[in-house]
Design a binder for this molecule. Structure first.
Ligand code: AMP
Length: 147
């Protein structure tokens, strides 16, 4: 079996985030791989900041929303014992930043969550699908049931 060395967990802080994180952590342990984590900031206005900008986690900012997002990433990274140098918060579009970081960091497996989609949601693109389409490495979609 192929042994993954660098696994990237993409986390969105939804209710399912912890489940996806837990599964990613088990995979990393199984393969004795380095676990990296990314949260793409796409929900806070960041005027004058170009997509792809890495947001430092160890610098205080005056924006409460941003601080709260950083704290969430720090907390889950601490829980999973992810080294500070493997934690990434990047401003931009999730699928783009996830696949670009994966290419830059020689990631060989990206782990995302994938929801069951019904009705109108079927018409909208899913992050998992976009990541799979654009990634240059393997992608594991953790199936998330809506209950
Ligand atoms: P979605 O299809 O957008 O509901 O997202 C499915 C999965 O994509 C989530 O479980 C995450 O693994 C990943 N994802 C979505 N949004 C983000 C984000 N802003 N940053 C990092 N990963 C994300």
């Amino acid at each position: 079996m192929h042994h993954y060395q660098n696994i990237l967990l993409a986390i969105d802080f939804s209710d399912y985030g912890h489940y996806v994180a837990h599964r990613a952590s088990s995979f990393a342990e199984k393969f004795n791989a380095h676990l990296h984590i990314i949260h793409v900031l796409d929900n806070i206005p960041m005027p004058d900041t170009p997509y792809g900008t890495v947001i430092p986690l160890d610098e205080d900012s005056s924006d409460d929303l941003l601080e709260s997002e950083k704290n969430k990433l720090t907390k889950i990274s601490d829980q999973l014992d992810i080294a500070p140098t493997r934690r990434w918060m990047i401003w931009g579009e999730p699928q783009q930043e996830i696949t670009q970081l994966a290419a830059r960091k020689q990631i060989d497996l990206i782990i995302v969550g994938s929801h069951e989609r019904h009705g109108l949601a079927l018409l909208m693109g899913s992050t998992a699908k976009e990541v799979l389409y654009h990634a240059g490495c393997d992608v594991l979609a953790i199936h998330l049931k809506d209950h």
